[in-house]
Design a protein around this ligand. Structure first.
Ligand code: XMP
Length: 320
């Protein structure tokens, strides 16, 4: 892609001009955006860059291992893997059910961890993030209306004032489909470039109500089964994003001779071009029935599955 290769060179010059001889740390989330940002920046400034992957305990099943493996095996980019599950879960336990409190806490903890890692490297001048154009606009306005923050995206708003590092955000002008083109241009593996978006706050925003490790573990199992069924049905690449949500609601059911009283799991899947608007995916009922049966049989703690048929707007893609 000619225009993307020109963009790549132009961005790399801008990155070099901005950072000079400074040290940069780049937060990797496991998603496409931060990976593309990291590879682009590494090409531009080499070992002035260190990547930091914060495992906040809010990742999907096996996600942390996959990300670390990709970066260590595929690229020669220095990567620090920070185990921060206890820190994040203990602070989130203090937030109760408030979605904005959860998002702000996660944003603050990310900065604390990045600051601590920067200090270990002898200081860093810049923090790089994979912020995209829709993140920027959705954080300040919605549908061209008045300036209202719908959600505090941790990677745009909510960066504590005290953060001394300056931001490097080379993808700020791009939409998701353009980031994927740039990722291919940079030689990222197709399996990675084609991944569904995954939000920085992770499973915290797919677990409405109070967050506990027990609920996160239940959610991870249901989510893994759901994605496995999507892949088996050959639907992964036609869907923009699909995930399970664990509701803080229990309902009565029956399993064999027993009464159960367990959580409801909601399934979400949407098609979209840029994440700004989205349509729910019209699965056939056989797919939904098969997936629900597997989740209820295989995941202890869930006895009912529902499908979310809300498009965006008026819904958002995530539940919080
Ligand atoms: P919503 O739920 O606002 O999501 O319709 C639109 C897209 O953005 C992702 N998303 C986030 N990504 N940090 C991120 O990096 C966040 O705080 C965040 N919140 C939502 C969401 O997964 C969807 O792709």
């Amino acid at each position: 892609d000619w225009s993307m290769s020109a963009y790549r060179a132009e961005m790399q010059k801008k990155i070099r001009d901005q950072v000079g001889k400074g040290r940069v740390i780049c937060g990797l989330s496991g998603g496409v955006d931060s990976a593309v940002a990291a590879v682009l920046i590494h090409e531009a400034i080499g070992d002035q860059l260190t990547c930091v992957f914060v495992d906040h305990g809010l990742m999907r099943m096996n996600e942390a291992e996959e990300v670390v493996r990709l970066f260590r095996d595929h690229y020669n980019i220095p990567l620090v893997h920070v185990e921060a599950e206890e820190l994040f879960l203990s602070e989130l336990a203090k937030c109760g059910s408030d979605p904005e409190a959860k998002r702000k806490t996660i944003g603050r903890l990310f900065i604390d961890v990045f600051d601590a890692e920067a200090a270990k490297l002898g200081g860093a001048d810049f923090l790089a993030q994979g912020t995209l154009y829709p993140d920027v606009i959705e954080s300040v306005s919605f549908s061209g209306g008045p300036s209202v923050t719908i959600k505090s995206h941790h990677n745009v708003g909510g960066l504590p004032e005290r953060m001394k590092m300056k931001l490097v955000e080379p993808l700020r002008e791009l939409f998701k489909d353009e980031v994927r083109v740039l990722g291919r241009e940079l030689g990222l593996p197709e399996a990675f470039v084609g991944r569904h978006p995954f939000p920085g706050p992770g499973l915290a925003i797919r677990c409405p109500g109070e967050i506990t490790k027990e609920k996160l573990d239940i959610l991870r199992k249901a989510d893994a089964i759901y994605l496995e069924e999507i892949r088996k049905a050959g639907l992964y690449d036609v869907i923009w994003q699909a995930f399970a949500v664990l509701l803080p609601v229990r309902t009565v059911g029956v399993m064999g001779d027993y009464r159960t009283y367990d959580h409801v799991c909601a399934l979400r899947a949407v098609t979209s071009v840029d994440g700004m608007t989205a349509d729910f995916y019209p699965y056939d009922m056989a797919f939904l029935g098969r997936t629900a049966t597997r989740i209820i049989n295989e995941v202890k703690g869930i006895n009912r599955v529902v499908y979310d048929v809300t498009s965006k707007p008026p819904g958002t893609i995530e539940w919080e």
